[in-house]
Design a protein around this ligand. Structure first.
Ligand SMILES: [Zn+2]
Length: 267
């Protein structure tokens, strides 16, 4: 049976919501070589296409034109493997995507071997990619003092606009937010914000399904299955947070694997 049509246990809002996928570095910090990473990621896109899922654009998403068979592909952290490996595979299939970049990292020449530069982000925008904001320094916004949190949101938004990249959608670093963070996003004109694996019907709490890009058809089918996703989320709520570390984005560890510490600096 097609796992996509099997959805006992899923709520109505889950069934009607578009499926938003979250990728980071599809080479997984270099553990998968570039050719394999592209092949596996391409196979995922083709698998979705063969099952009648449509890879949808951010505009359709923002305007509420998405249905349950629409998939939005997002990438966090604007790592080099997006431009070099994932984007060609997406373009080959005329598939749009959303790329979330960290403002400070894209402006640092010493970070350019890991993160895309502003010029490269503009190049992505001129192609099929909506480039969106992932805060200023990638701190957990629900943990830092409120002043710092607001500055993270407003300074990064301003920087993106100055770089010619207007903003309507925001990705919370580590998927973490609270009511104060949501209020800051509204003040800065955001219409949609995305989390990781949690979230609800609120457009500022859109959950995403975390993928490495290497999952085969069975694992990908499970991750796209609303019943599995619903059950998994329910289970998460029963498990103490410390046991869920492996499901947090692995951004900092991965950057560490690149030998890149990224201390905060003043802009
Ligand atoms: Zn991130």
């Amino acid at each position: 049976m097609d796992v996509l049509s099997e959805a006992p246990g899923a709520t109505l809002s889950q069934l009607l919501a578009p499926k938003v996928l979250l990728y980071h570095d599809i080479t997984q910090g270099g553990r998968v070589d570039a050719r394999d990473a592209r092949r596996r990621f391409s196979a995922q896109l083709d698998w979705m296409g063969a099952r009648g899922l449509r890879l949808a654009s951010l505009d359709d998403w923002i305007e509420g034109r998405l249905g349950p068979r629409d998939v939005v592909v997002t990438f966090d952290d604007a790592l080099r493997s997006f431009l070099e490996i994932a984007l060609p595979a997406l373009e080959e299939r005329r598939a749009p995507s959303v790329l979330f970049a960290v403002a400070q990292f894209s402006g640092r020449p010493d970070a350019a071997r890991v993160f895309l530069t502003w010029d490269e982000l503009r190049d992505c925008r001129a192609r099929s990619v909506h480039v969106a904001c992932h805060a200023r320094t990638h701190v957990p916004l629900d943990e830092v003092p409120a002043d710092r949190m607001r500055q993270e949101v407003s300074a990064s938004t301003r920087r993106f606009v100055e770089e010619g990249l207007p903003q309507v959608v925001f990705a919370y670093p580590f998927g973490r937010y609270n009511d104060g963070v949501k209020a800051a996003l509204i003040e800065n004109g955001y219409r949609v914000a995305v989390t990781v694996m949690k979230g609800g019907a609120d457009r500022l709490e859109v959950r995403r399904r975390l993928l490495t890009g290497s999952e085969g058809p069975a694992a990908l089918g499970l991750m796209l299955s609303d019943s599995f996703f619903g059950i998994r989320e329910g289970a998460r709520r029963l498990v103490p947070r410390r046991f869920l570390k492996q499901e947090q984005p692995i951004a900092f560890e991965r950057w560490g694997a690149h030998g890149f510490g990224l201390p905060d600096t003043e802009d």
